[in-house]
Design a binder for this molecule. Structure first.
Ligand code: 13P
Ligand code: SF4
Length: 404
């Protein structure tokens, strides 16, 4: 894992240390008994919740790992052992040997990935049959993009494609932002998972094996990556899962396509528009536009730099004082960068709030509720992928982890 993700781990610890010495951690007034229904936690003060979360962390020690995606709220990130992008977090879940439980502060597909990787059969055997329990503090923390591709739709698309082209010559590639069943589909069909950090390397891997790729669920990551590899737009088809006539494509388009893009998108990154880039350039001379590849091709084309959340963080961290940025990704990450880098000028690319409402569902109350239940051996919101799905999903995930 690159050092930067871990630096944030350290800052999370510093934050806790600061709270402790500032005396805030000594507030002990647990007026909600342990293992209460969630509603009892809702009204608790943040300082008290933070204290109770830290108390569980102290008692559980290395048996508990809290993972936090970059889009999480600062208050939640302060309790994370590791902060990172989807790739870093899935790798850290894959690498951990000693932990008994993972609390995933992110969204549903991330917790599924952690469950699959942490509970691979050889890992479970090495622990004497013990599984790592993975919890998602709020089960409503889903991902609207992941929901845009259902396994039945992908299987239908595969069957439809098989009527016009040879599916043995297609590698299915799923963005990690997808349900475990889609990862399993890729595992079963010689396919692979990618993240925004490794999409280019994964597509290279796929094209070394087959002529074509079916990429789901994010059309933008697929298109932006394929274009950066020199694949022309007329060799890409857009597959609308709601159109039963070859996903809305003439047969010839499918036949000449090297990349078939699923018509899915991230509703947060869809809010960044090319005109926002124009406005920033007009108002902030010298500005560098830095965006996530889930943004549309029109935005990416106008940007100076494009990359995953960790890439964005790394670019800002290594930039000299006085650098001016307009950043197109989820609001919480941009706000944190702004606070952590007062020596640079950091602006949010869009004039409107682009916030991931489902990431935001993880708050201190849900984290505290899930940790206290976990500690008492009565976990709530357990994410458990069934063995058959996990077996094939891990095949696709391990292919990804092996790609350099
Ligand atoms: P990364 O952190 O992998 O760049 O993903 C962004 C995202 O949208 C996660 O949901
Ligand atoms: Fe899904 Fe977009 Fe939210 Fe990421 S930011 S979890 S892709 S909706």
């Amino acid at each position: 894992m690159p050092a930067r993700g871990w630096q944030y781990t350290v800052s999370g610890r510093l934050c806790r240390t600061y709270l402790y010495f500032a005396g805030i951690m000594s507030i002990v007034a647990p007026d909600v008994p342990l293992a209460s229904p969630f509603a009892a936690y809702r009204g608790l003060d943040d300082a008290l919740l933070a204290e109770r979360i830290e108390a569980v962390r102290r008692r559980m020690g290395s048996r508990l790992v809290i993972l936090g995606h970059h889009y999480q709220q600062d208050g939640v990130i302060a309790h994370a052992d590791y902060q990172g992008d989807s790739y870093q977090l899935s790798k850290s879940a894959a690498d951990r040997a000693d932990c008994e439980a993972i609390a995933f502060c992110g969204v549903h597909f991330m917790a599924e990935t952690a469950d699959i990787l942490a509970n691979r059969p050889e890992k479970v055997a090495a622990r004497g049959g013990r599984r790592v329990t993975v919890v998602l503090p709020d089960m409503a923390a889903g991902c609207s993009m992941a929901d845009m591709a259902a396994i039945e739709q992908v299987e239908d698309a595969w069957a439809d494609l098989g009527r016009v082209i040879d599916t043995a010559d297609i590698t299915p590639v799923t963005y990690i932002n997808s349900a475990a069943s889609l990862k399993a589909f890729c595992g079963r069909h010689g396919g692979i998972v990618c993240t925004s950090s490794n999409a280019r390397a994964v597509l290279d891997w796929a094209f070394a094996r087959t002529k074509r790729v079916l990429f789901f669920p994010d059309q933008h990551l697929g298109r932006n990556t394929a274009r950066a590899m020199g694949i022309p737009l007329d060799e890409m088809a857009l597959w609308n899962p709601h159109d039963s006539a070859l996903g809305g494509n003439p047969r010839e388009q499918i036949e000449k396509s090297r990349v078939i893009l699923w018509q899915g998108h991230c509703s947060v990154h869809a809010m960044f528009k090319p005109e926002h880039v124009d406005a920033m350039r007009a108002n902030l001379p010298g500005v560098k536009i830095l965006v996530h590849p889930e943004c549309s091709m029109e935005v990416v084309d106008k940007a100076d730099l494009t990359g995953s959340t960790s890439y964005i963080l790394g670019q800002v961290e290594k930039a000299p004082p006085g650098t001016i940025w307009a950043i197109g990704t989820e609001l919480h990450l941009v706000k944190r960068l702004e606070q952590n880098h007062p020596e640079q000028t950091i602006r949010f690319l869009s004039p409107v709030v682009c916030m991931c409402a489902t990431m935001y569902r993880i708050d201190l109350a849900h984290l505290c509720w899930s940790l206290e239940h976990l500690e008492r051996g009565k976990p709530v919101n357990v994410i458990r992928v069934d063995d058959e799905t996990a077996k094939w999903a891990v095949t696709a995930l391990e292919r990804m982890l092996a790609v350099k």
